[in-house]
Write a protein that binds this ligand. Structure first.
Ligand code: OKS
Ligand code: ZN
Length: 343
């Protein structure tokens, strides 16, 4: 399988609040290094740099004002006299005004964020842009290059980012951008399957009113897992999109048995939808030793995930999302890809 990768991810290394103390984010550069090393060690296939895409390619998933916020946020933050990471700290919840974009950067940060897990640093825009370009390059290789499958080794991840907000280490929704690209380049129907431990609220939100992109997600029940405010079973889509959104929340302690049953259900829905291409939001924070999650999958279970996906017989773009047990994310992510390829 072909892999798209760039060192540019290193330019983004943010901090987050952990138990009240500012610490390096769990979502750190060594994650991508581990996955790349495993791709090379297992000789998965060619590793290619991304093509560069224009901002208009991200506009299928994000608003233009959000994209220009992301592009300019660091400069605006610097211009206001600060040089440490910028973090959002105020949000327009419930009856507060969310119809007016503030002018000052501190207000904009909260306006365009769902939480404080999204530091803006000097290299953030370049890293998130390159991450989206990796996903676009992967979809391009499938649609025009004739590849049956591709792996976009994205960092930062994307599935929490919606039309106009960032959150949970995500800025640009790489999977959604690739899905929209597929729609614009010949695919009639696209399915996005999110197997990250966390609900892909951003991807759900972007396609919620549409029947041309089916979104399915297996995740920790939002009753007790991040992102808490999205991912319930009764979120089925709206308007034309009604019936084209499927959430399969699972309890703490879910192991392969429970996971496999839910994945089976998702695969049946995908087969019934008969998409032209499948995008897999590949998070491996479902692993038993993940520091921020509570499922119990083991290394070999990821081979089985890949095997089950292969049985769909569809072209697949795998897009890396979460996974924080750095020692194992290379093995687990590449196991999915090797299981898919029948290794
Ligand atoms: C705030 C950010 C918490 C984000 C946790 C989830 C990240 C993830 N401290 N999403 O898939 O893995
Ligand atoms: Zn996750």
């Amino acid at each position: 399988m072909i892999t798209f990768y760039s060192d540019t991810h290193r330019l983004h290394h943010g901090s987050e609040l952990k138990d009240g103390v500012l610490m390096p984010c769990f979502e750190m550069p060594s994650r991508a290094d581990t996955v790349l090393n495993r791709v090379l060690q297992q000789q998965l296939g060619e590793v290619l740099p991304p093509q560069q895409f224009g901002v208009e390619h991200y506009a299928g998933a994000h608003s233009l004002r959000y994209l220009s916020f992301l592009q300019n946020a660091w400069e605006e933050w610097r211009a206001s006299g600060r040089d440490h990471d910028a973090l959002p700290l105020v949000w327009p919840v419930r009856d507060l005004r969310s119809d007016l974009e503030p002018e000052f950067i501190d207000g904009k940060l909260g306006f365009y964020a769902m939480d404080a897990g999204v530091a803006i640093t000097a290299g953030t825009w370049q890293a998130v842009k390159t991450s989206a370009d990796l996903a676009l390059s992967g979809m391009e290789a499938i649609q025009r290059g004739g590849q049956h499958a591709a792996f976009a080794l994205c960092r930062p991840p994307g599935h929490h980012a919606a039309h106009e907000y960032m959150g949970g280490y995500c800025y640009l929704n790489n999977a959604a951008i690739a899905a929209q690209y597929a729609r614009s380049h010949g695919a009639k129907r696209v399915a996005v399957l999110d197997v990250d431990y966390h609900h892909g609220n951003g991807t759900q939100s972007i396609f919620y009113q549409r029947d041309d992109v089916l979104f399915l997600s297996l995740h920790g029940d939002p009753k007790n897992s991040y992102p808490y405010f999205s991912g319930h079973r009764d979120e089925l889509g709206a308007g034309d999109g009604f019936g084209y959104n499927l959430n399969l929340p699972l309890p703490h302690g879910t192991d392969w048995q429970g996971y496999c049953a839910a994945l089976q259900t998702a695969c049946q829905h995908i087969a019934g939808y008969a998409p032209d291409v499948l995008v897999v939001s590949l998070g491996v924070d479902t692993f038993k030793d993940d520091p921020i999650s509570s499922f119990l999958l083991e290394n070999d279970d990821y081979l089985r995930i890949g095997q089950m996906l292969a049985r769909l017989g569809l072209p697949v773009l795998f897009v890396l999302e979460g996974g924080y047990m750095v020692d194992d994310i290379g093995v687990n992510a590449v196991n999915v890809l090797q299981g898919f390829e029948g290794a």
